[in-house]
Design a protein around this ligand. Structure first.
Ligand SMILES: [Zn+2]
Length: 205
């Protein structure tokens, strides 16, 4: 296994940052699966579960990858054998599923779905000024579901209080739904500045 000790500890802080960089993982049909870290990517690569893709689309096992030259635009890890280029895309050779894009119900994903816009007044205040509003209030039996939660500004949240939109005379911009993002779309939403190398795979997804 590629362990921490196989890497020279010259600049530990920077190295840790490189190990946390994102790497796009694609399945054997080159459809996006997820985003992982450089640390995890090297475990998969070293263990033979994945191959690394270079800029020409050629795939390499760990041995081959360790001989791929490091270019100026690359991130690299110093090792005893020399600098090791950090892959941007990893190819899972034996994985052919296309994961269902189930989007977790979180505050961040909810605000992404609503495009950081108050669903009552259509304003887009700073993110810290945004609340998650229960359309049917919790005290009236409203649940924590995609269909019952919307992004709302503080003012609208206060004005609405413990009332339904009808009672408060406040309409919703859109009917709240479960987001139907593809895996590629979700990766693009949560990673606003992906590497150029990710482009072809996310565009196809
Ligand atoms: Zn509002």
């Amino acid at each position: 296994m590629l362990t921490e000790t196989s890497v020279i500890r010259r600049r530990p802080v920077e190295r840790r940052e490189v190990l946390d960089l994102p790497v796009l993982v694609v399945n054997r049909h080159f459809a996006p699966v997820c985003v992982t870290t450089v640390r995890r990517a090297f475990v998969l690569l070293y263990g033979g579960a994945a191959l690394a893709l270079d800029e020409r689309g050629d795939v390499h096992d760990f041995g081959g990858w360790s001989r791929v030259p490091v270019r100026v635009e690359d991130d690299a890890l110093p090792t005893l054998q020399g600098a090791l280029r950090v892959p941007r895309v990893l190819h899972l050779v034996r994985y052919d599923r296309v994961p269902r894009a189930t989007v977790r119900l979180t505050r961040k994903n909810l605000m992404l779905r609503d495009q950081h816009q108050c669903q009552y007044c259509a304003r887009r205040p700073a993110v810290r000024e945004l609340n998650v509003d229960h359309v049917v209030p919790r005290c009236r039996g409203g649940r924590d579901t995609w269909e019952n939660l919307v992004t709302s500004c503080r003012a609208c949240n206060l004005k609405k209080g413990h009332r339904t939109p009808d009672e408060a005379g406040m309409g919703l911009l859109r009917e709240p739904r479960v987001p139907r993002w593809t895996t590629a779309a979700h990766i693009l939403l949560v990673s606003p500045a992906p590497f150029d190398e990710w482009g072809p795979f996310l565009a196809a997804g």
